[in-house]
Design a protein around this ligand. Structure first.
Ligand code: G6P
Ligand code: MG
Length: 216
């Protein structure tokens, strides 16, 4: 029986990929590299450091450790400028309703995100008070598909991993949940997220009890 829900942030609760894209593209341009939306897709669920390593690799650029640290800092400053204006209206359809349904069913709710900016974003969209635990890139070190972020979420909720259900939009996130022995709902393309327990293109019309909990 499911007793807790763990949500990824980017791509499940809010669409921040477009803001990450703007900031990475701006950085790539400064370095003389073209960075595309197709490449940005491959950065979903990938940590900030993992992302810059990939962009530099695609662009055939090698930078010192100091330069990498500098560009990560600058990129994040730009990203924070872009997300500073986020509003509750930017919550992806259904995400806030599913969180509310989980709470009304007596389930505990945690965040499980690679982002170091998750609290800032949850505050902007007015959801921060809905979470019993927030586990993000400021708390864990291993990147998805390592299950650390979700196992830490389960622990903070006081639940066995097998009693937790994860919502994820990234392949690495689905794998992380599986690696943690958790059921996982893939949000996105079912062929890409084929390893998920169930997938939905989005959460707009999905009912937590009838469409998910009663079926897994
Ligand atoms: C999420 C996003 C990634 C992002 C990562 C780190 O996993 O899907 O695109 O790189 O978080 O985000 P941060 O806000 O710490 O740079
Ligand atoms: Mg995501």
């Amino acid at each position: 029986m499911i007793e807790g829900i763990i949500f990824d942030l980017d791509g499940v609760i809010v669409d921040t990929a477009k803001y990450h894209f703007q900031a990475w593209k701006r950085m790539a341009a400064e370095l003389g590299v073209n960075f595309t939306e197709v490449e940005n897709e491959q950065l979903k669920g990938v940590s900030r450091r993992g992302s810059i390593d990939k962009i530099l690799n695609w662009g055939g650029i090698s930078l010192s450790e100091e330069e990498i640290e500098k560009w990560m800092r600058i990129k994040n400053e730009w990203y924070l400028e872009y997300v500073a204006g986020m509003q509750p209206s930017e919550i992806l359809p259904g995400a806030d309703r599913i969180i509310a349904e989980a709470k009304s069913l007596g389930l505990k709710v945690s965040l499980g995100s690679a982002s170091k900016n998750s609290r800032f974003i949850l505050e902007k969209v007015n959801l921060i008070d809905q979470f019993d635990a927030i586990v993000d890139g400021t708390v864990v070190s291993a990147s998805k598909p390592d299950p650390e972020v979700f196992l830490t979420g389960a622990k903070q909720l006081g639940l066995e991993p097998s009693k937790c259900l994860v919502f994820e939009d990234a392949v690495a996130g689905v794998q992380a949940a599986n690696n943690g022995n958790m059921k996982v709902i893939g949000v996105g393309d079912s062929t890409i997220l084929a390893e998920a327990t169930l997938t939905f293109p989005n959460l707009e019309n999905v009912r937590l009890k009838e469409d998910i909990i009663d079926k897994i």
